[in-house]
Design a protein around this ligand. Structure first.
Ligand SMILES: *[C@@H]1O[C@H](CO)[C@@H](O)[C@H](O)[C@H]1NC(C)=O
Ligand SMILES: *[C@@H]1O[C@H](CO)[C@@H](O)[C@H](O)[C@H]1NC(C)=O
Ligand SMILES: *[C@@H]1O[C@H](CO)[C@@H](O)[C@H](O)[C@H]1NC(C)=O
Ligand SMILES: *[C@@H]1O[C@H](CO)[C@@H](O)[C@H](O)[C@H]1NC(C)=O
Ligand SMILES: *[C@@H]1O[C@H](CO)[C@@H](O)[C@H](O)[C@H]1NC(C)=O
Ligand SMILES: *[C@@H]1O[C@H](CO)[C@@H](O)[C@H](O)[C@H]1NC(C)=O
Ligand SMILES: *[C@@H]1O[C@H](CO)[C@@H](O)[C@H](O)[C@H]1NC(C)=O
Ligand SMILES: *[C@@H]1O[C@H](CO)[C@@H](O)[C@H](O)[C@H]1NC(C)=O
Ligand SMILES: *[C@@H]1O[C@H](CO)[C@@H](O)[C@H](O)[C@H]1NC(C)=O
Ligand SMILES: *[C@@H]1O[C@H](CO)[C@@H](O)[C@H](O)[C@H]1NC(C)=O
Ligand SMILES: *[C@@H]1O[C@H](CO)[C@@H](O)[C@H](O)[C@H]1NC(C)=O
Ligand SMILES: *[C@@H]1O[C@H](CO)[C@@H](O)[C@H](O)[C@H]1NC(C)=O
Length: 666
């Protein structure tokens, strides 16, 4: 099991399946009886399962048993069934215990069907059984303790079922086991120490159960182990030092547990063939051992969400197969350029796909070597650190990047126009820095961009019109900058905008272009805290997906457009602190999704409606409008009297609210 290529964690299971594909050597044994018993057993099997896809159509009397679909017979005993392979056959029902009558059976594979109920305890009669694959079914209940009598078993997979209970304590009796897969079930209890007796074991999969307790010392006896997959459990304590001595291990996956302790300094020397090290989401602490520089087979390193401290070891240039590195959410640090040497050394890893270093204590200046990564690099993230300095102009060389995040650091200087070279970029995060200057015109070259975050900087000038070329953007946040001038109407040609568009807290002025109505898929439009003026465009009513519309703290005037009545999904509307006049439109009371409405500090007049959002006194706010009346009694406003045609006389007699359809009276 030597893997020449680098592989990702999703391949773990595939790897296991390959192992199960290995032929099982037929062991010749004396014939005890004819095949009649086998035929009976299989006929019973067929009669007891439901076969909606007709997978068992060939199982009929005119066809010899050994020619039946999925049935194989022995070479020495041509009438005896040695293998039953019914994979992905759509079979439904309980596993008939009659399979246990196939006493010559060596291989039983019923993977990926819809078998439910318990594993038949009768399987213990299959003393010749070498491979058992019941994975991807709906089996429940415990693993029968009797299974340990099938002492010839070499491969067992029951992954992806609903099995409960504990792993049988004497499972180690299955001492010929090569591949043991109990992953993705609901097994409880601890890992039995007897597992250490499976001394030929190559691959152990216990992931995604609810196993607890510590990893038994005896796992260190599995000298042939190449693959240890015990992630997603509740295992605690330190990993026994003997496990770090298993020199054949290539996949070491213990992530998402409650494990603790430090990594031995020579760990990567004692595990020389390590290809995947997945220890994320645990409580490990201490340094990442310098011996990492010797891990020349390493492909994936996932150490995120732990308490690792210190610097990242330098001299990683020999990790020629390195593909994925995630060290996020630790307390790793860098202060001076020597601490950043690791980054320069990683630029020699020509297969590197992702380098994730977010949420650590990395400081000092952003190294210019960032620009030297190989074209294989797709993801680099350094967000939420304390990094200062400027974004290197060479960044534009990383043309294969899909994700670049430098958010929430102390970066200064401008966004280099070379950024337009990142033509494959899907996500750009530069928010939460102190970047100045303008958004470069070349942003329009990023035509694959889905998400762009430039908020919380000191960016000035106008939003470039070229941004309209970013036709795949779904989420855009340019808020909390000093962007001025008009919002370019090209921005509103990005009809892919869906999650949100946030331009709030800038210095934007002029009117809101009518083209805003093109944003049919937009969920949230946030333009608050700018200097926008003119009418609220009636075309906003075409933004049928809007749930959040925040236009507050601008200088909008005119009335609330009637067209907004078509925003049936609107949940929050804030128009406060503008110069909006006229009546509160009745349709706002009919927008059933509306949960919050803020109309404060405008120049509204006339009646406050009584229904819908207006029923709930905490859901809406109207203070700072001095000509409102009516509404629910708890508001203590003047009464509102509708102005009918006949009351025109009253108007002429000089009472207030000429433009209103309502009269406010005591
Ligand atoms: C029995 O199975 C064979 C092989 O699939 C098929 O050719 C034959 O028609 C079947 N006979 C009957 C009676 O269904
Ligand atoms: C086969 O197994 C079933 C259930 O385990 C049992 O009831 C039956 O007697 C066996 N039949 C033969 C022919 O051995
Ligand atoms: C596994 O057990 C947990 C609680 O112990 C339960 O919430 C969950 O639904 C179970 N999952 C399955 C697939 O049975
Ligand atoms: C493991 O093997 C040892 C030595 O063969 C034996 O003494 C012990 O009982 C076995 N343990 C289990 C639980 O099988
Ligand atoms: C690890 O292996 C080395 C050399 O084979 C040996 O000296 C040491 O005792 C082993 N450590 C453990 C904890 O098994
Ligand atoms: C790397 O391996 C070599 C040869 O085994 C050894 O001498 C050296 O100390 C190791 N380096 C580290 C940093 O552990
Ligand atoms: C890196 O780890 C963090 C924390 O576990 C996770 O949220 C993030 O998705 C990982 N990044 C990648 C690219 O896998
Ligand atoms: C990286 O590779 C280049 C050329 O392949 C080589 O000149 C340089 O010394 C290497 N850097 C390191 C740190 O090994
Ligand atoms: C660019 O990245 C893709 C994967 O996203 C990869 O298949 C391709 O080889 C990379 N291109 C280069 C020139 O490295
Ligand atoms: C942006 O695209 C234009 C037109 O294809 C090209 O001339 C220009 O060099 C690109 N700019 C950058 C920074 O890649
Ligand atoms: C809008 O802002 C720009 C740039 O800040 C300024 O030049 C222009 O005079 C402003 N226009 C209005 C109408 O305030
Ligand atoms: C009133 O509105 C507030 C704010 O939206 C909300 O939290 C609360 O649940 C509403 N109360 C009722 C009775 O609907």
């Amino acid at each position: 099991m030597k893997h020449s290529s680098v592989f990702s964690s999703s391949l773990l299971l595939l790897l296991h399946d390959l192992i199960l594909l290995l032929c099982v050597v037929s062991v010749p044994l004396p014939s005890m009886a004819d095949g009649a018993a086998d035929r009976l057993a299989l006929e019973s099997f067929k009669s007891m399962v439901s076969d909606p896809l007709g997978a068992l159509a060939s199982w009929n009397r005119t066809n010899p048993v050994c020619r039946w679909q999925g049935v194989s017979c022995g070479r020495r005993h041509p009438d005896r069934v040695t293998a039953l392979r019914l994979l992905s056959s759509g079979l439904v029902g309980r596993i008939p215990p009659h399979v246990a009558n196939l006493t010559f059976l060596q291989v039983l594979r019923l993977r990926d069907n819809s078998f439910h109920g318990q594993m038949p305890p009768e399987l213990d009669r299959l003393s010749r059984l070498q491979a058992l694959d019941l994975s991807l079914n709906y089996l429940d209940g415990p693993i029968p303790a009797t299974l340990t009598r099938c002492s010839n078993l070499r491969q067992v997979s029951v992954r992806s079922n609903l099995l409960t209970g504990e792993i049988p304590g004497d499972v180690g009796l299955l001492s010929k086991m090569l591949v043991f897969n109990l992953g993705q079930n609901n097994l409880t209890g601890s890992i039995p120490p007897s597992l250490g007796n499976m001394t030929s074991l190559i691959a152990l999969f216990l992931q995604s159960n609810t196993l607890e307790g510590s990893i038994p010392e005896s796992i260190g006896d599995l000298k042939s182990l190449q693959l240890l997959q015990i992630a997603y459990n509740r295992l605690s304590g330190a990993i026994p030092s003997s496990v770090y001595n298993l020199s054949s291990i290539s996949v070491f996956s213990v992530g998402n547990n409650l494990l603790e302790g430090t990594l031995p300094a020579n760990m990567f020397d004692t595990l020389p063939t390590l290809e995947m090290l997945l220890m994320n989401n645990n409580h490990f602490h201490g340094h990442i051992p310098a011996s990492l520089s010797n891990a020349s087979y390493m492909g994936d390193i996932e150490l995120s969400v732990n308490y690792f401290t210190g610097t990242v070891p330098s001299h990683l240039e020999n990790l020629r197969r390195l593909y994925f590195v995630n060290l996020s959410d630790n307390q790793l640090e860098a202060t001076d350029s020597s601490d950043w040497e690791f980054l320069a050394s990683l630029t020699n890893c020509s297969l590197l796909h992702a380098l994730v270093l977010d949420t650590n204590n990395f400081g000092g200046r952003l190294p210019t070597s960032l620009a030297n990564f190989s074209s294989s690099l797709n993801i680099i993230t350094l967000g939420s650190n304390h990094i200062s300095g400027a974004i290197p102009t060479g960044i534009g060389n990383l043309f294969n990047l899909t994700t670049l995040s430098l958010s929430d650091n102390h970066l200064t200087g401008v966004i280099p126009p070379t950024i337009g070279g990142l033509r494959n970029l899907h996500a750009l995060g530069l928010s939460g820095n102190r970047l100045t200057g303008q958004i470069p015109h070349s942003i329009g070259n990023l035509t694959e961009l889905n998400r762009i975050y430039l908020q919380d900087n000191d960016l000035g000038g106008r939003i470039p019109e070229s941004i309209g070329n970013c036709r795949r953007v779904e989420e855009m946040d340019l808020s909390h900058n000093k962007l001025g001038g008009q919002i370019p109407m090209q921005l509103f040609s990005i009809s892919s905008l869906s999650t949100y568009l946030n331009l709030s807290n800038n210095l934007l002025n002029g009117t809101l272009p009518l083209q805003v109505g093109n944003l049919r898929n937009l969920g949230a439009l946030v333009l608050a805290h700018n200097n926008l003026s003119g009418d609220i465009p009636t075309t906003l009513g075409q933004c049928q997906s809007l749930e959040y519309l925040y236009l507050h703290d601008n200088s909008f005037q005119g009335s609330v457009p009637q067209s907004l009545s078509s925003l049936r999904g609107l949940s929050e509307l804030d128009l406060s602190s503008n110069n909006i006049s006229g009546n509160i439109p009745e349709f706002l009371a009919d927008l059933h999704a509306l949960q919050r409405l803020n109309l404060s500090y405008n120049d509204l007049e006339g009646n406050v409606p009584n229904d819908g959002v207006f029923r709930n006194i905490t859901a809406f706010s109207f203070i700072g409008n001095h000509k409102l009346c009516g509404g629910n009694q708890g508001l203590h406003l003047l009464r509102a009297i509708p102005l009918l045609v006949g009351s025109m006389n009253l108007l002429r007699s000089g009472l207030s609210s000429q433009s209103s359809l309502w009269l406010c009276v005591r």
